[in-house]
Write a protein that binds this ligand. Structure first.
Ligand SMILES: NC(=O)c1ccc[n+]([C@@H]2O[C@H](COP(=O)([O-])OP(=O)(O)OC[C@H]3O[C@@H](n4cnc5c(N)ncnc54)[C@H](O)[C@@H]3O)[C@@H](O)[C@H]2O)c1
Length: 434
């Protein structure tokens, strides 16, 4: 437990409340309980709350045994009732921050949650936003909402921002061992937020302002989006030059300094990489600055599904077939390997384009039993059965558990947008890699 500030008021020093129990909030709730706090999770979704209280993970691929022990021990509970947060010393906001229809930040959920926190705010409480926001949000939007209580920040309550860096499905880097960047809207807030996180993660790096911490998060994900776009452009160039993209990247990666490998793919997905850079470009537009890197990367990454479908057509041509009427099996529809998350997945646009071109589409994904796309709703097919009746296999997501040996041995033409068949040494005449 961290040393209290001396403003503990009525709040319980040992209770942490996490609002929003998804990919970010659930691991944080568990890590807080594992660090000895009484952890209370609040979520709008009753089924999610119910799952947790019945000792089941609401996220299929996230099965942390500690969740079950902690519910049993009674130091982890979930509720839909925001009143629970009045008992907490620390309240952490982990609700979604998607894009609106015109790709502008949609911070509605965070604002709704802040309004709830305002209703229950008690002296001594520390409020931390972990939802990704644009620079200035915590100071300009969150702070005025909480100050409507009449309490003074840095004296009566504390407010900070700490970007979440979780990488779902990553077996090495989790919440505990990934350094945490933190900041407060005043120096006292910064100290409180830092002291709290030091009790649950191994390394904390405090920066001077919440605007800085917000920009850190967007810079990190913009770095990824821009470099993935460059790798995608290398794939487009290699295609014209008739060289193997993966061979180029592998060889470049032998340079021990000044190069970091990124890989091409069917397009970006998930709740972060395609979204966060656009939060930054939106903010910069309000300051009359256009972030050309972000716009270019967004355009390139967004064009990948079209490239993939056009290459799939080339592959069919090479087998004297056309797209219309061909049975195309898409393998993997979640946005990345070994997760069930389909938010912003490029598979959606790829299936839509294939269907528009007259293909008879189906898919296989062990993590996603049902999948909706603009052209219809599909149910995942069993792989071996699907291979028997498919005329083209299009690998979109390279889940580890998929039987690539069976895919490549089936004789059905394969177009692999992830290079997984190459990695596994399964390339043969029937396989084309992006
Ligand atoms: N998923 C990631 O890998 C990741 C990584 C870093 C940062 N982030 C950021 O963290 C935030 C949360 O992302 P996530 O992936 O955990 O989202 P998620 O969709 O997995 O979970 C969000 C949860 O919040 C709940 N919720 C929504 N509105 C609510 C409200 N008004 N009150 C209470 N609960 C509400 C939902 O029911 C859901 O359970 C986002 O800002 C995201 O950008 C996500």
């Amino acid at each position: 437990m961290w040393a209290p500030s001396g403003f503990a008021g009525e709040s319980n020093l040992d209770t942490v409340c996490v609002i929003g129990l998804g990919y970010v909030g659930l691991p944080l709730l568990i890590e807080s309980a594992a660090s000895g706090y009484d952890a209370i999770g609040v979520d709008l979704a009753p089924d999610r709350v119910d799952y947790i209280n019945r000792k089941k993970s609401p996220i299929p691929e996230f099965a942390d045994e500690r969740l079950f022990e902690m519910v049993d021990r009674g130091n982890l509970t979930a509720t839909c009732n925001f009143g629970a947060l009045s008992a907490a010393r620390v309240v952490i906001v982990c609700v979604p921050t998607p894009l609106g229809k015109t790709k502008e930040p949609d911070v509605t959920s965070v604002i709704l949650v802040l309004e709830e926190i305002r209703r229950y705010l008690k002296p001594g409480q520390v409020v931390v936003i972990e939802s990704t926001t644009y620079p200035g949000f915590t100071r300009e939007v969150a702070l005025p909402i909480l100050e409507k209580t009449g309490m003074r920040v840095g004296h009566d309550f504390f407010l900070g921002f700490s970007p979440e860096r979780i990488d779902p499905g990553n077996p090495i880097w989790g919440l505990k061992n990934t350094p945490k960047v933190v900041a407060g809207v005043t120096p006292a807030c910064g100290r409180e937020v830092e002291a709290f996180y030091r009790t649950i993660v191994e390394q904390v790096h405090r920066v001077s302002s919440t605007d800085t911490a917000e920009l850190v998060k967007l810079f990190e994900n913009t770095f990824r989006a821009v470099n993935i776009a460059l790798a995608n452009e290398v794939a487009l160039m290699s295609n014209r030059l008739q060289v193997d993209t993966f061979e180029v990247i592998e060889a470049a990666a032998t340079k021990p300094f000044g190069f970091m490998p990124f890989y091409p793919g069917p397009g970006l997905g998930g709740h972060c990489i395609p979204v966060d850079p656009l939060y930054l470009s939106w903010k910069m537009k309000t300051l009359n600055y256009s972030v050309k890197f972000i716009e270019l990367a967004d355009a390139l990454n967004s064009s990948m599904p079209d490239f993939v479908v056009s290459r799939a057509q080339d592959v069919l041509n090479d087998h004297n077939r056309c797209m219309r009427g061909t049975k195309v099996l898409v393998v993997g529809v979640s946005y990345k390997r070994d997760v069930s998350d389909v938010r912003e997945t490029p598979a959606e646009r790829i299936l839509e384009l294939l269907a528009e071109k007259g293909a008879d589409v189906r898919y296989h994904d062990p993590y996603v039993p049902e999948f909706d796309f603009p052209g219809g709703s599909l149910t995942s097919m069993e792989l071996v059965e699907a291979l028997k009746t498919s005329e083209l296999v299009l690998i979109v997501t390279d889940h580890k558990s998929i039987d690539y040996e069976a895919i490549c041995a089936s004789g059905v033409p394969v177009f692999d947008t992830r290079g997984v068949t190459r990695r596994l040494g399964l390339c043969r005449d029937s396989v084309t890699v992006i």
